[in-house]
Design a protein around this ligand. Structure first.
Ligand SMILES: CC(C)(COP(=O)(O)OP(=O)(O)OC[C@H]1O[C@@H](n2cnc3c(N)ncnc32)[C@H](O)[C@@H]1OP(=O)(O)O)[C@@H](O)C(=O)NCCC(=O)NCCS
Length: 187
């Protein structure tokens, strides 16, 4: 099987936000465990619920281990870091994962509560879309709580279709075709 990551290395870059601040966006590394855990611990109960669709008081070690060791061929994860005065801290993240051999990947995106509404999730997801497209995926999808209007609006703005989840009335499935030549970062 062709390695989807071949020739598509990701270079870190500074991303400007709506209030004039910047974050550093880079690929996650195995050294991000502590930072990711700290970011999880700072999330509100609401944000944890909408991200994981379960009441999560702790981030299990196995999830942390997996999150910081994406499978090169079918997973990719970005983190956004506040590099301000208090030292680098993770304030956002976006990732996709695909089943082995599948050309559809599933995304997830999370932004720290006090960094909302600055365009960070839109830009992270736009970047993730470009990476998934360059790595040969043909579809991206996400499972979103029906009540998560912010995420649904954001996905619609990026061109995702928003349809009911056949198995669960509390969920919506947002889907995007990743044809060549359609840009994901126009946000
Ligand atoms: C959903 C979530 C990811 C959105 O993150 P965000 O960074 O606030 O999203 P954005 O800023 O890109 O967009 C949100 C809103 O801010 C607005 N916005 C974007 N840029 C802006 C700017 N420069 N100034 C002011 N507002 C702006 C957007 O228009 C959007 O408004 P809308 O909802 O009216 O369309 C965030 O609320 C979150 O992490 N929730 C918990 C986890 C979750 O639900 N994840 C989704 C399931 S995978």
């Amino acid at each position: 099987m062709q390695d989807k990551s071949e020739g598509t290395n990701f270079a870190p870059f500074n991303m400007p936000l709506g209030d004039g601040r910047e974050v550093l966006v880079r690929e996650i590394t195995e050294d991000d465990k502590a930072g990711l855990l700290a970011a999880f611990n700072r999330l509100s109960a609401d944000a944890r619920y909408t991200r994981f669709m379960a009441a999560m008081r702790e981030l299990p070690e196995a999830m942390l281990e997996h999150a910081t060791h994406p499978a090169v061929e079918r997973e990719f994860a970005l983190v956004a870091l506040d590099t301000g005065n208090e030292g680098p801290s993770i304030v956002g993240g976006a990732r996709y994962a695909a089943a082995p051999g599948s050309d559809t990947c599933e995304f997830a995106v999370t932004v720290a509560d006090d960094w909302h509404r600055l365009g960070l999730a839109s830009k992270l997801l736009g970047t993730l879309i470009d990476i998934a497209r360059r790595r040969g995926f043909r579809h991206m999808e996400g499972y979103v709580l029906s009540s998560n209007t912010g995420m649904r609006r954001l996905a619609k703005r990026l061109g995702f279709a928003d349809v009911p989840c056949p198995d669960d009335a509390t969920l919506r499935v947002v889907t995007l075709a990743l044809q060549e030549g359609v840009r994901g970062c126009d946000v």
